[in-house]
Design a protein around this ligand. Structure first.
Ligand SMILES: Cc1ncc(COP(=O)(O)O)c(C=O)c1O
Length: 386
């Protein structure tokens, strides 16, 4: 009975074009992946700076695992609060310009911890409707009431602020993971000044890849900022930048931190090496930004509708099946991409998410653009319209 119920739900997913079955990747060097014996140009990775395959970092990590062992073996609150983790956290706080930092095993856990723990019944969380699933989950788990505002609409946020009861907290991202766009941060800063709210900004897709020194784009606006190591920083886990008081509070009350095994010490050592790499990568960041502008122009010239202001581009497709089908055909043409469909994006607004890395070349952009536009124009389903 129970199994039949699961099978039935999976069958419905298939009928709706929402069934997920990711292909197995046997090799990955950052720019390319190998799937089923075929090597494809990878446009589906968040390793925006190519650091996930840096030999310098791999060596550092291997040495550190040799020196410190492979596991922290306990929660920070038991015996896993290692000096080297503290040292790395201080280095992150200093580099990004915050009072304190705290590491988490993943960004998903970090968002859950911040949003469910720091805020309570006295606050009102006002969140951009396109924030990541982990942020939504954190709000659902917590006791603070929450209300959405339209994606990147400062007008709608202002309306929400005017009717707000309790201390407002604005929750948004600096570079949106699926749309690839950014909120008008200068307007957000003005509103913050006027209304005096706190801000929680998820910089998961910006840290390492955007801003001077890779310090992201919401500095001075975010009271609490989240970064993941698993994207441009080329590692795994996450860090939260915040005031010392909030850090102390999380250590005492955040269940996703208290009841989980700490990241290994070797992670902290490697994380410090990541900072050194990120600090000296201005040329790579400039190349990445150039590739994004270049590909946007190529795709737009081909009549495709593209959203995105940096290394994440969302090619608007609309129909779920069509997006899925185009990704399969791109695969056959030698490109690895990702069709983002409901519930990751709204129903009927499926996209092909194209993520770039500094290891891509201009030729990769040209070849990909030609392949995608040919497939869209030849699939017999007309122009893409959303
Ligand atoms: C905006 C955003 N925040 C948080 C996360 C979660 O980070 P992690 O992968 O480290 O769990 C992601 C991951 O996909 C993300 O896109």
């Amino acid at each position: 009975m129970f199994d039949a119920c699961l099978r039935q739900k999976l069958a419905v997913q298939k009928e709706r074009g929402l069934y997920r079955c990711p292909p197995e990747v046997s090799e990955n060097d950052g720019r390319t992946v190998t799937v089923g014996g075929r090597t494809l140009i990878n446009f589906a990775s968040n390793d925006y700076m190519g650091l996930g395959h840096s030999l310098v970092l791999a060596k550092k990590a291997a040495d550190a695992f040799g020196r410190y062992g492979t596991s922290s073996s306990s929660s920070r609150l038991v015996s896993g609060n290692a000096s080297v983790i503290r040292e790395a956290e201080r280095a992150y706080a200093d580099y990004f310009g915050y009072e304190e930092a705290i590491f988490f095993p993943s960004g998903y856990q970090a968002n859950m911890a911040i949003l469910s723990t720091l805020f309570g019944a006295g606050e009102m969380l006002l969140f951009d409707k396109h924030v990541h699933a982990s942020t939504v989950k954190g709000m659902q788990l917590g006791s603070a009431p929450f209300k959405g505002f339209r994606h990147n609409s400062m007008g709608h946020l202002t309306k929400r602020l005017e009717g707000v009861r309790g201390n407002p907290v604005v929750v948004t991202e600096s570079l949106f993971s699926m749309d690839g766009d950014t909120p008008p941060l200068d307007v957000l800063a003005d509103l913050k000044e006027e209304y005096g709210f706190l801000t929680v900004v998820d910089e998961a897709h910006a840290y390492g890849a955007m801003g001077p020194g890779g310090r992201g784009i919401a500095r001075g606006i975010a009271d609490v900022a989240l970064g993941t190591f698993g994207k441009a920083m080329g590692l795994f886990g996450a860090f939260v930048l915040l005031p010392a008081l909030y850090r102390e509070y999380l250590f005492n009350f955040a269940s996703p931190l208290i009841y989980t095994t700490a990241l290994p010490e070797a992670h902290a050592v490697t994380a410090m090496a990541v900072l050194a790499e990120v600090a000296q990568a201005d040329d790579a960041r400039a190349h990445l930004a150039h590739l994004s502008r270049y590909l946007t122009r190529l795709l737009t010239d081909e009549g495709l509708s593209v959203c995105g202001e940096a290394h994440i581009l969302a090619v608007q497709i609309g129909n779920e099946d069509r997006a899925h089908d185009l990704v399969k055909r791109l695969f056959d043409a030698g490109y690895f991409t990702f069709a983002a469909r409901f519930p990751t994006v709204p129903m009927g607004r499926a996209i092909i998410r194209v993520s770039l890395t500094a290891t891509h070349t201009e030729a990769d952009m040209r070849h990909f653009s030609e392949a995608l536009s040919r497939l869209v124009h030849d699939d017999g389903r007309g122009a893409v319209a959303v």
